[in-house]
Structure formats: C-alpha cells, structure tokens
Design a protein around this ligand. Sequence first.
Ligand SMILES: [Zn+2]
Length: 454
Amino acid sequence: MKTFFAPSLLTDQGWRSASVISVDADGIIISISQGTAEDCDVGLQGVVIPGMVNLHSHAFQRSLVGKTGLRGKGDDSFWSWRQAMYQQVAQLSPEAIEAVSAYCYMELLKGGYTTVAEFHYLHHQKGGVHYANPAETSMRILAAAETAGISMTLLPVLYSWAGFGQEPLTEKQLPFRHDLNSYMQLLSQLDQYSKHSKLFDWGVAPHSLRAVSESQLLELMEGLAQLDFNGPIHIHIAEQQQEVKDCVDYYGTSPVRWLLDNLPVNERWCLIHATHVDTQELKMMRAANVVAGLCPTTEADLGDGIFPASQWQQLGGAWGIGSDSNLCVNATEELRWLEYGQRLRDQQRNLLATPGQIVGAELYKNALSGGVQALAKPPARGFAIGQRADMLVLNQQHTLLLDKENDQILDAWVFAGVQEMLSQVWVGGRCVVEAGEHINADRIEADWRQLLKS
Ligand SMILES: [Zn+2]
C-alpha cells in the first residue's frame, strides 16, 4: 500500500482539502481520508484531479501530422484525407506501429490523458496477409502503452466491408480485414493477455454500419452474450453526411435509428462521432443511456460537422472526448474546441455548463464521467474508491493560478492551459511525467527517430 497527500483533491462528491489517498499494490484507491503530508509516503504539491480518459484514438495517425495539408484539385474532405491515411498505413511495419504509438501515448500523458481507448483496425500486412501471430499489431500497441506507462483499453476493430450491402474491401483496406471467426479468436487472445496486466483492458469495436453487415452484428452480439462479455462496445456511427445518406439508402433509416432499433444497445455502448443526428435520435440515444464519443479537433480537422452537444447535455446525456487522429494530443484543447464549436454556432457563451457552475470545471468533470462510462466502468466526476489512482497534479504556484482555487483553476487550465500548469502525471500510483518530462522520453524518442531514418 502507498499513501498520497493531496492539499486539494477532486472527488466524485466534490473538492476536499488536506486528503490522504491510500492505494493498493495494483494502483487502486482503497480509501480517501483527512490527514497531513507527514502521514503519507508521497506529498503531492498542488491541485490533484483524475487524469482524463481518451475514449477514441488511432495512435498510428500521429505519424500523419503535417502530411495532409496540401489542398487538392477538387474539394478536400474526410474522404480525400482518408486516401492520405491509407497511403501512410501501407508504410507501417509492426516496429513502426509500436514506435509511433509509444510516442503518441507519451504525448497523450503529457497532455493530461491517463487512459486511452485504442480503436485498433490495422491488423495485417499489405494485401491483408496475416502476421505469424494474428495478434501481432495488437501486441505492439500494448507494448507501446506499457513503455509509455499509460492505461489502455484496446478495442480491436471488426472491419469486413467497404460499404453498405457488403461491398468488397479495396486493396488498401485489406490490412483491416477480419471475419467474425478470426475476430473472436483475437478477442480470446487478448482476454488471456489481460489477465497478466493491471493497466490493460479490452473491449469490442464493430467499425461502423458500413464496414460490418447486419448478420455479423447480430452474430457478434450472440457470441458476446455467450462469453458473458460486459466490457465496452464502441462504433463509428454518423461522422459524415454521405455515410448517413448511404445508410438511409440501404437500411431505409439513419445509422443511429437503425442501431438502436436493431441491437441491444445499453450504457456500455459508446457512439463515436454521432455528429449528424436530429432531436429524435438524441432522445433515443439518451433512452439507451449511451455515451456520445466526441473528438472535436479531429471532427474540425476533417470538416465533419458539429455535434449538438448543448442539446445532448440538456437531455442529461453522457459524453467524453477522444483524440481520434491524434493531430491534437491535449485534453484541455479538446474540451476548449468542444465548447467553442457550440458558441460559434449559437452565438452564446458557457453553453456546456449548468446554471451556477463554472464551464471549464463542468467540461472536465463531465468528460471524465462519460469517459469512465465509455470504458464500461461506473461513471464518476472525480476520484472514488475502487478507481485506479490516475492523478494529474496542477501547479497552484503557476502565476495564472495563484489567485484561484478548485473549479476556477480547472477553468483556467481548460481555457488558457500551458504545459507548465501540469506538473506531474501518475498512472496506477506511479509517476510517469515529472515537471513536463516523461520518464522514458529518451528511449521513446530514439526509437521513432531511428525508424524515420531507416
Ligand atoms: Zn475513429
């Protein structure tokens, strides 16, 4: 057991001063009580909050940074960006996937995320040729997470078709391909592995309604029920208008309606990019208790559209944030963009706060709660017993934070945050970022630089 002293601590019940957090050998919080720094193994200095959950990431896409800005001859969109992404995929060896993922996870930790849900579809080699170990790239990603010291929920992706009506995959999509059999085998391999790692969990991710057929989805649900699976299920749902239109053409209804009408969707489901939804669909999502998985900077980068987040929040809907393409690896910037998108659309301020609350603090607590739910864990807006001790320490001595406390500090960090405000990052009771530096930075940087050279 290890004990930590926190001068100011954000718990599920609100802020507490002078708190002692006791953590077991697995990094799980076993008690929160009153105390002094002298009573504790570690004296944290500053405002201590839970690390953010990143509910949607494709780590390898960090290697696309700076490579998608060239204006094409026609309209640039999600679909033209996707071609550039496929180009990049073709160049990535398992070593490269591991190196870029470790680098990305290190940056995510420095950006305030302590858990990442990796939506992993890059399963095979060029042409769809399997590696000797079918779980090769999944294992690379887990190794990367371990090197970086980030907690990981791996969501291997079931991806079988290029479009609605079982349209065959293109050559460039073949590395993503799984049929249901091979997919279930991969899940059982990961389940075995998860028993040996305290920072690793897994879930399920049918890619989208266009990439997985109706019969596959129904069989997948049956297979999971037989396994008594109670982990998270994530799906890309309505990112692009074209995709919604294709769904209406094929199924006669929108993706959100089809999903909720045909599958046993519940609070363990996270709908990624429910961007194009109407009020009725929002109400259906709310009734099913799903989490809306929002990726504001990627959705802005790809020109997707703006999710009606303020309307969703008024319905009491849960939401969390993801770094998705990892163009931005900073939790506060993601929250800022989410709020700003709503403001620019509605010409109002503080749209994602309830009356009487401070918007930056509300953004952080709600994203945290929805993020935890998206990992199929009990949602909480701060530390709670039974959770892992994934802690961020905000430096209250920073000049911009000196005259503020608690919710105001969160607000300042969310909207005006600079790296020096985040002094430490702890995952499972272990410090992985100290004074802005990651503990394995030298090795992680060297690995990626080496690959770039070769
Ligand atoms: Zn995605």
